[in-house]
Design a protein around this ligand. Structure first.
Ligand code: DQA
Length: 155
């Protein structure tokens, strides 16, 4: 059976396309989802691509991924910089996690340099626009393939 990756998107990412295009580009989240889906398919991976503005919903989806997915790609939006609850959720599930951002958070305001997702992630891909998601799929495919098994060890 194909391995399944959850791609979870946080607040305001539903507004991509019109939201600060100088920073995030003109691509909509629906277009990014389609590209990411095609990339996952090419790697033989199933994809569940979701967005919510609610921190609680994102946490519920992380828990669901822990039950039903083999890997998790997360763009937590601004919750990246604030949410210890999200960090705890990511740590609670035995899944490889890759953090993604469209913009390069390290080249922006100081408050964006801190990520509460990163300590639970295998790695961070930041600054490649919508392509960040495809790069994350690529990295996840290698991670799952090279480990030869779906789940990472519990810490
Ligand atoms: C973002 C970067 C965050 O700092 C910001 O709050 C976002 C989008 C990105 O993808 O570049 O909402 O996660």
């Amino acid at each position: 059976m194909a391995k399944t990756i959850f791609v979870l998107n946080g607040p305001n990412l539903n507004l991509l396309g019109s939201r600060e295009p100088g920073i995030y580009g003109r691509e909509t989240l629906i277009q990014i989802a389609a590209r990411t889906e095609a990339c996952a398919k090419a790697h033989g991976l199933g994809l569940e691509f979701r967005q919510s503005n609610s921190e609680a919903q994102l946490i519920e989806w992380v828990h669901e991924a822990g039950e039903n997915a083999d890997g998790l790609i997360m763009n937590a939006g601004a919750y990246t910089h604030t949410s210890i609850a999200l960090l705890d959720a990511l740590r609670a599930v035995a899944l490889p996690v890759i953090e993604v951002h469209l913009s390069n958070i390290f080249a922006r305001e100081d408050f964006r340099h801190r990520s509460y997702v990163a300590p639970a992630a295998q790695g961070v891909i930041s600054g490649f626009g919508g392509q960040s998601y495809e790069l994350a799929i690529e990295a996840m495919a290698r991670l799952l393939g090279s480990k030869g098994k779906a789940k990472k060890k519990k810490k």
